[in-house]
Write a new protein. Structure first.
Length: 325
C-alpha cells in the first residue's frame, strides 16, 4: 500500500467532488534538480524557456523531501532537464533513499558511459527511463539536434547488460515519444528493444506541454485536469509552476524555497485554477486552454489513491495504456 492512505483519499475525494481547495499533500512530486540539458529536442518546451539555468541545492532538496516523506513513496528528479548534468545527482538519489523514497530518473543516455552506468546501478534508483525516441540515426537527428544516436543506443545497451542478473537493479524503461516525424518507426523500435533486458518498452503519445509544443488539442477537455489535484512540480530554484507539463516557466504559483509545499498546493493561486476547471472553464486560463492532456476516468483516479506511484506506472506500461493514442 502507498504511504498515508488517508491523505491520498482526501486528494481523490477533492477531485471527484470538484473541490478547488485541497487540505492535503500532493500524491506526486516532480523535482527539477537541474533544468540544463545537452539536447534540443523538437518536442520539448525547454527550447522556448526563458528561465535561468541552474541546479537545485542539496539543502533545498533535503527540505522538500523532508516535507514529502510522510506522504509520497516516489519522487521524479527529472522534471525539466537531464539529471546526470547535476554534479551531485548521486547525493540527490541518496537523499531520497534515506527517507525510503524511490528516486526516478529520465535520461537521454548520452552521458551514461560505463563508469556512470555502474555508479547509477549502485546508487539505489527506484527506476530509470531511457528516452531514445527513434529507431534510426536519420530520425534521431531530426528530433534531437546535437545528439548522437549510436552513442545513446550503445550506452543504453551497456546499462542493460550491467543490470542483468542484479537483484537490486532499478525498474528500467525504454521510451519512445510518438511524433509525426518518428511514428513510422514505433513498431520497429518496440521490436528492437523487447527482450533486451528492459522491464518495459513504452510507446507514448506526444503531448503539447500545455500549448508550448505542437498543435492545440483536437477535442475539448471533458473533465478537470487530474494533475491540478494530484501533482506538484518544483523548478531548481524553488519556483512552483502550474503543473508538471508547464516546463516553459510561464506561471509561478509560489516558491518552495520560501513557503511549505502543502501551503502552496492548498493556496489561493492553485485553488483559483481548480475553480475554473471545476466549472469547465478551461479556456479561461492561458496555459490550460491549449493543453492536450487526456481526460482521465474515475477508476484511474481512485487507483491513484490505492496504488503507489511507481507501481501504477508499471501497471500502465504492462497494460499499454496511452501507448497508441
Amino acid at each position: 500500500m502507498p504511504r498515508n492512505l488517508a491523505n491520498r483519499l482526501r486528494v481523490v475525494r477533492s477531485y471527484l467532488f470538484r473541490r478547488p481547495r485541497i487540505r492535503a499533500f500532493p500524491l506526486e512530486l516532480q523535482l527539477g534538480i537541474t533544468n540544463r540539458c545537452n539536447l534540443d529536442c523538437s518536442f520539448c518546451p525547454q527550447r522556448k524557456s526563458g528561465k535561468p539555468k541552474g541546479d537545485m541545492s542539496i539543502d533545498l532538496l533535503d527540505r522538500l523531501l523532508e516535507q514529502a516523506a510522510p506522504y509520497v513513496d516516489t519522487v521524479d528528479l527529472s522534471f525539466d532537464g537531464e539529471p546526470f548534468l547535476h554534479s551531485r545527482w548521486a547525493e540527490c538519489v541518496a537523499a531520497c533513499r534515506r527517507r525510503g523514497i524511490n528516486a526516478m530518473l529520465e535520461t537521454n543516455a548520452l552521458l551514461l558511459d560505463a563508469a556512470l552506468a555502474r555508479e547509477a546501478l549502485a546508487a539505489g534508483l527506484g527506476s530509470i527511463t531511457f528516452s531514445l525516441d527513434a529507431n534510426s540515426e536519420e530520425t534521431y537527428r531530426q528530433l534531437k539536434p546535437g545528439g548522437d544516436f549510436n552513442r545513446a543506443v550503445a550506452n543504453t545497451e551497456r546499462f542493460l547488460r550491467l543490470a542483468s542478473g542484479r537483484t537490486d537493479r532499478p525498474y528500467i524503461q525504454i521510451q519512445f515519444v510518438k511524433t509525426p516525424e518518428n511514428s513510422h518507426e514505433a513498431d520497429a523500435f518496440r521490436k528492437h528493444w523487447r527482450g533486451r533486458g528492459a522491464d518495459a518498452v513504452h510507446i507514448k503519445p506526444m503531448l503539447n506541454f500545455a500549448g508550448s509544443c505542437g498543435p492545440p488539442p483536437g477535442r475539448p477537455a471533458r473533465r478537470p485536469c487530474l494533475f491540478l489535484w494530484t501533482s506538484l512540480a518544483v523548478h531548481w530554484d524553488g519556483t512552483v509552476p502550474l503543473c508538471c507539463l508547464e516546463i516553459e516557466g510561464r506561471t509561478e504559483m509560489g516558491n518552495a524555497a520560501a513557503r511549505p509545499l502543502e501551503e502552496i498546493f492548498s493556496g489561493d493561486s492553485f485553488s483559483a485554477v481548480r475553480e475554473l476547471h471545476a466549472r469547465k472553464c478551461y479556456g479561461k486560463h492561458p496555459v490550460c486552454r491549449n493543453c492536450d492532456v487526456p481526460s482521465v476516468a474515475w477508476p484511474l483516479v481512485l487507483g491513484s489513491a490505492l496504488i503507489g506511484d511507481l507501481t501504477r506506472r508499471k501497471l500502465i506500461n504492462s497494460l499499454g495504456y496511452f501507448a497508441d493514442l
